[in-house]
Design a binder for this molecule. Structure first.
Ligand code: GLP
Length: 241
C-alpha cells in the first residue's frame, strides 16, 4: 500500500482529488466507487471545483456508492444518498441515471444487494474506489467480525459505529441499526483504490492497518492484498506510524 502523508486535511483532499481527476481524464467513462463520511468531503469539494473549471467531465461517469443505512428514506438528510447529492452530484455534470447508491427504502434488501453486485459486475467492475476508514477499521460498513462477507449485503452496525455516527442524527435513536454495504469482493476487485484518512482519532487504527497483519478485526487490513492502493493521510492520522 502506498502512503502519502499530507500536511493537513486540505492538502490531503487536493492530492486525493488529483488521482480521481487523472482517472476521469484517462477514461471519461470510468466507473467510480464513492464513499461517505467526513473524510472525503474536502476531496469532493475539489472535484466540484475541477468540474466547474472545465478540467474534468462527469457526463460519461457512472458511480456506485459503498453503503447506505437500512432502513432509511433517501430524502432523510442523514441518508448517504442525500449526502452524495449534497456534497458532489448536485454540483457536477453527472447524469442522475448513472448514480448508484444502495437503496435503503426497499422492502427486500437481499434482492437489492444482489442486484447491486450484478450491476457492478455487468459494467465490468469498478475502475477506482474511494474509501475512508472507520475508527474500528471498517471499510464501507464491513464491520470487524469473526468472518467477513464478500458479497454486498445487509449488516448490523457495531456499538463503535453507532457511537461514531449517531451524533449526526437529530436524536441518536433515529440512527438505523443496520445498513446495506458493498462487500469486500467488489471493493477488492476495483482496479485502483484511493483511501483518505484524517485526524488524530484515526491514528491508532491507521497504525493497526499498516502493521502488515491481515485480520478480520480490521477489515481495512485486507487492502494489503490489493495491488494498487494509495492512502492519503494528514499528519494527525499518520502520527502513530
Ligand atoms: C462511515 C462510512 C464509511 C466511512 C467511515 C468513516 O460510517 N460507512 O464508509 O469511511 O464511516 O467516516 P468518517 O470519515 O466520518 O470518519
Amino acid at each position: 500500500m502506498k502512503k502519502v502523508i499530507c500536511k493537513n486535511y486540505e492538502e490531503m483532499s487536493r492530492e486525493a482529488a488529483k488521482l480521481v481527476a487523472e482517472q476521469i481524464k484517462a477514461k471519461p467513462e470510468s466507473i467510480l466507487g464513492f464513499a461517505t463520511g467526513s473524510s472525503p468531503v474536502g476531496m469532493y469539494k475539489e472535484l466540484v471545483r475541477l468540474n466547474k473549471e472545465g478540467e474534468i467531465d462527469f457526463s460519461k461517469i457512472t458511480t456506485f456508492n459503498l453503503d447506505e443505512y437500512y432502513p432509511i428514506l433517501r430524502s432523510n438528510d442523514q441518508s448517504y444518498y442525500y449526502f452524495m447529492f449534497d456534497n458532489l452530484f448536485s454540483h457536477v455534470n453527472i447524469k442522475k441515471e448513472n448514480v448508484n447508491v444502495p437503496n435503503g427504502e426497499v422492502s427486500d434488501p437481499d434482492a437489492e444487494c444482489k442486484a447491486y453486485d450484478e450491476k457492478i459486475e455487468a459494467m465490468g467492475g469498478i475502475d477506482l474506489q474511494v474509501l475512508g476508514i472507520g475508527h474500528n477499521g471498517h471499510i464501507g460498513f464491513n464491520e470487524p467480525d469473526e468472518k467477513l462477507i464478500g458479497a454486498t449485503h445487509r449488516t448490523g452496525l457495531t456499538e463503535s459505529t453507532f457511537h461514531a455516527n449517531s451524533g449526526y442524527f437529530e436524536k441518536p435513536e433515529d440512527m438505523p441499526r443496520e445498513a446495506l454495504t458493498m462487500g469486500l469482493t467488489p471493493i477488492m476487485q476495483a482496479k485502483k483504490i484511493v483511501m483518505v484518512i484524517s485526524g488524530k482519532s484515526k491514528a491508532p487504527i491507521v497504525k493497526r492497518m499498516f502493521d502488515g497483519l491481515i485480520g478480520t478485526d480490521c477489515p481495512a487490513s485486507v487492502l494489503h492484498m490489493h495491488r494498487d492502493v494509495t492512502v492519503f493521510l494528514d499528519e494527525d492520522a499518520a502520527s502513530m506510524l
